[in-house]
Design a binder for this molecule. Structure first.
Ligand code: ADP
Ligand code: MG
Length: 350
């Protein structure tokens, strides 16, 4: 009864503020928003013209004074005002038809490398968007909760969240993060690797969207029996005219190989600084992959081979973080250790 009364007077909103995608979970309704993290701003008036998918469609084809801005670049907040607009838009959108007496309680997932000042900005932004209470959680922690790992137990759990701008690696035990690392190699870097490779090897220019399509359609880190290939149209570097080439999974492997190796090395480094008892838990339980990059074909097998630890791809890896924020809201007290405390946020210096 008590809970029903609570949901009657106020919403609970969980937000995954990702570098590539922003998702919102509303208690009782599930994931209600899943949009690219892009905001289109009119530079003449300073006004936000579009948010999410609508803004992403404008990328690269807007008149000069309308610019598409990503609130988070490389896992850090690149533009505070735009972040605030994005949060305000999401809060409004998730309250549609569900407007309650009190402002919502909001849990926001942020990249693990975020600074105090940035955290404070997220908190302030959510407040000015109408939130009554704001809680901040690091994304790998939210993901661990979202996929149902036993984070409260005195046993090590390891989560690798491969997003757009960053990969978060975290070791969690007893409800808190033991170690975490934020690596700037993730989906976007792989896309730009593919763009450079096609420019160098095929002498054609392709856009970011095409590079991402190539990665998703034919990317495969452990070569299968049947090679994958895809015709790709780009602009010839010399003639400036359109030209079509056929790209294979072997091309993609070559293009992204170096970044993947660096990523694997960074994950190894986190394991190396983790206490032996915790490592032995992880060896037994395995490492959980979340985020869109977890879907890269063959990555699981490659990681398993390189680390000699079982690797699991979480179900629905793109929504793990936001589902976690939703679960946290069902019982804030019991997740207290998992949240970043208010007093951890430094005040602005001026
Ligand atoms: P973030 O949390 O940073 O917003 P996401 O977890 O939403 O990022 O993941 C977005 C990234 O996942 C993008 O770089 C996208 O290209 C990549 N991605 C999505 N689906 C796939 C797939 N099937 N194979 C490889 N990469 C994918
Ligand atoms: Mg993410």
């Amino acid at each position: 009864m008590k809970n029903r009364f609570k949901t009657f007077i106020s919403n609970d909103i969980g937000i995954d503020l990702g570098t590539a995608n922003t998702l919102v979970h509303v208690a009782g309704a599930g994931v209600v928003v899943s949009e690219p993290s892009v905001v289109a701003v009119n530079q003449k008036t300073g006004q936000v013209v579009a948010v999410g998918a609508a803004a992403k469609d404008m990328l690269g084809r807007t008149p000069g004074h309308i610019v598409a801005v990503r609130p988070l670049v490389d896992g850090v907040i690149s533009d505070f005002e735009v972040t605030e607009e994005m949060l305000a838009y999401l809060t409004r959108k998730s309250e549609e038809g569900r407007k309650k007496w009190l402002g919502p309680r909001v849990v926001v997932g942020v990249p693990s490398g975020i600074t105090n000042v940035e955290r404070r900005a997220v908190r302030d932004a959510a407040r000015s968007a109408g939130a009554r209470e704001v809680y901040i959680v690091e994304e790998p922690m939210a993901a661990a909760i979202g996929i149902g790992l036993p984070i409260h137990e005195p046993a090590g759990n390891m989560v690798v969240d491969i997003g757009g701008g960053t990969t978060d690696v975290a070791v969690i035990s007893l409800g808190g993060i033991v170690h975490s690392r934020n690596i700037r190699i993730a989906g976007d870097k792989l896309n730009s690797d593919i763009m450079s490779y096609l420019r160098n090897e095929f002498k054609i220019l392709i856009g970011e969207k095409t590079a991402e399509d190539i990665k998703i359609n034919i990317g495969n880190l452990t070569p299968g029996d049947a090679p994958l290939e895809m015709p790709v149209r780009g602009r010839d570097l010399i003639t400036g005219l359109p030209r079509e080439v056929v790209v294979t999974d072997a091309d993609v492997r070559e293009a992204i190989g170096l970044s993947i190796d660096t990523l694997i090395d960074s994950i190894k480094e986190v394991i190396e600084i983790t206490p032996p008892e915790v490592v032995s838990d992880i060896m037994y339980r395995g490492i959980y992959l979340v985020g869109g990059g977890a879907l890269l074909r063959g990555f699981r097998e490659l990681l398993e081979e390189a680390l000699k630890i079982p690797i699991h791809i979480a179900d629905d890896p793109l929504t793990a973080v936001v589902r976690g924020t939703g679960i946290i809201l069902t019982d804030i007290e019991s997740f207290e250790d998992a949240l970043i405390k208010n007093e951890d946020d430094l005040p602005y210096t001026n």
